[in-house]
Design a protein around this ligand. Structure first.
Ligand code: NDP
Length: 283
């Protein structure tokens, strides 16, 4: 039976460290990190994510401001708003909740956010920094996954890692982080010929395809570490990309859904906000 990597517990512990750091920074410098979240439209999932982020900021002592805009806002008006936030010295982090309405080019919006305030780590310069190994802001979900892997003291050097999914926000950046840690990385996607075979070779599997229970126990090598990023709503329940019941019989470590990668993503966002604050304030 696998050990569970408890994202909730690890988040609680990590957020406590963030809270202590925020309080120390306040005492020593008289300033508080400030995150601005821009929410466009009324998508219930986005509203719920934003609420979760605001709650987490509050608990960690991070100041947060939510700016809500109607779904009809023009791209130009949204870009102007981002530019205002870029030049506001009281703002240390800017997050524009995705997805945006179809008439707005998300890439243009992301590119407009100042790199040093890009707490999501989606700006092309932050992506480039990750690829060439220079300092930048790491995207929250991959950063959270690395915190989870570090928590079990796994030595990734020479390990075979399979990343299922090649999105810009999860698959590609986590593959780079695994590479940076000297794993031998394979990336699978919807055109991969034999996913079961690829999975069977892997010491570490990162499942981020958004397909409920697609990774089953028979695909997993005995003792592999399995990180389930997927969040799929099935019959009003949240289900991961991994079939937990069969996978936990083979894996050495596994993350649950919910209570795994999800809480770590928000935790990484808090860490990124503090890092951006320190960078901007030269601390
Ligand atoms: P995307 O939809 O952007 O990407 C999905 C990727 O999975 C694509 O690269 C796609 O391949 C690949 N894929 C789809 N079907 C298969 C298949 N049958 N076999 C192999 N690969 C497949 O998703 P995201 O990266 O944004 O998210 C992935 C999952 O992670 C979702 O469930 C999402 O909800 C969840 N998520 C969870 C977060 C958290 O905090 N817990 C944060 C972010 C995402 P192709 O490129 O060929 O189309």
């Amino acid at each position: 039976m696998a050990n569970i990597i408890d994202g909730k517990a690890l988040s609680k512990e990590t957020r406590q460290h963030v809270k202590e750091e925020v309080s120390r920074l306040e005492k020593e410098h008289g300033k508080t990190p400030h995150l601005v979240v821009v929410l466009v439209g009324e998508d219930p999932a986005s509203q719920s994510y934003v609420r979760g982020k605001e709650r987490a900021c509050k608990r960690a002592g991070i100041r947060s401001t939510k700016i809500e805009k109607d779904a009809s806002i023009s791209e130009e008006a949204l870009l102007n708003l981002v530019n205002e936030l870029n030049s506001d010295p009281e703002v240390h982090g800017i997050l524009v909740q995705l997805p945006l309405p179809a008439h707005i080019d998300s890439n243009r919006v992301i590119e407009t956010i100042a790199q040093k305030k890009d707490v999501d780590g989606f700006h092309p310069l932050n992506i480039a920094a990750l690829q060439i190994g220079t300092k930048g802001v790491l995207p929250a979900t991959p950063k959270g996954i690395m915190t989870m892997l570090n928590s079990i003291d796994i030595d990734l050097q020479g390990k075979k890692a399979l990343v299922i999914g090649r999105s810009n926000i999860v698959g590609k950046p986590i593959a780079h982080l695994l590479l940076k840690n000297h794993a031998t990385v394979t990336m699978a996607h919807s055109r991969t010929n034999d996913l079961a075979w690829e999975a069977k070779q892997a010491d570490v599997i990162i499942a981020a395809a958004g397909k409920a229970k697609m990774v089953t126990g028979d695909m997993i090598k005995e003792g592999a570490v399995v990180i389930d990023v997927g969040v799929n709503r099935v019959d009003d329940k949240l289900i991961g990309d991994v079939d937990f019941d069969s996978a936990e019989k083979k894996a050495s470590y596994i993350t649950p859904v919910p209570g795994g990668v999800g809480p770590m993503t928000i935790t990484s966002l808090l860490q990124n906000t503090v890092e951006c604050f320190k960078h901007i304030e030269n601390i």
